[in-house]
Design a protein around this ligand. Structure first.
Ligand code: NI
Length: 226
């Protein structure tokens, strides 16, 4: 499932993050790339352990905890601390698949990457190029979202960031391990949840809401790993 999650951060939060990002020290982005993807990666990143990355990462994770669309779609079990990247003119990241396992700074912070997230800090009119291009069975999708919006996509996807031709593209990227590992099962749960929510709004008190909610939880019970 490829999903846009609008307004993860407010305009004020984006402006605050941009101030911190503007003053931060950036390093070569190949530090978090595997040996294969390092060959096609050209950008800069905040060091994982920097105060700026930790502060802004916490701000993002706090916002996501109360984002109903994100929680329903991702069913997060463990979220990797958000990282931050910057693509200036000429920077890009060729086609690659993200590493299956991510080891955080803390020895116990190891996750299986089920879903990849990119949260945009630059508005599309601030740069040319820099499209996140994600392949699925319907072909290639290009994503350039307003600042504060996020895209969620399966970490199994081949993806790339096309070269930036003008301006600067700032974003946060991170991965999560879902309680439901299988993308098909997770998507079914998401569709069911959204349908139950819509039914509850369109027909308040409808007799089918309770049994359908039961089906949702019984499927989640069957498929979830904690
Ligand atoms: Ni990637």
């Amino acid at each position: 499932m490829l999903l846009r999650i609008p307004g993860v951060l407010t305009k004020e939060q984006v402006a605050y993050c941009r101030q911190i990002l503007a003053a931060a020290d950036w390093i070569d982005g190949r530090v978090t790339a595997g040996s294969g993807s390092a060959k096609v990666k050209k950008n800069t990143q905040l060091p994982e352990e920097s105060a700026a990355a930790i502060e802004l990462g916490d701000l993002i994770l706090t916002a996501l905890e109360s984002n109903a669309l994100f929680v329903s779609a991702a069913l997060p079990s463990r979220v990797f601390p958000p990282l931050f990247n910057r693509y200036d003119v000429g920077d890009g990241f060729g086609a690659h698949v993200d590493n299956a396992i991510r080891q955080g700074l803390d020895a116990e912070a190891r996750i299986r990457t089920d879903l990849s997230c990119t949260l945009f800090f630059s508005d599309p009119e601030e740069y040319d190029g820099g499209e996140l291009s994600i392949d699925d069975t319907y072909g290639s999708h290009t994503v350039r979202l307003p600042a504060g919006d996020m895209v969620l996509y399966p970490s199994t996807s081949l993806h790339a960031v096309t070269p930036v031709r003008r301006g600067t593209r700032l974003a946060s990227f991170f991965w999560l391990q879902s309680m439901v590992r299988d993308d098909g099962e997770r998507t079914l749960l998401f569709d069911l949840d959204r349908s139950i929510q819509a039914l509850s709004v369109d027909h308040p008190g409808h007799a089918s809401v309770v049994p359908l909610t039961g089906v949702y939880h019984n499927l989640l019970r069957r498929w979830a790993e904690l």
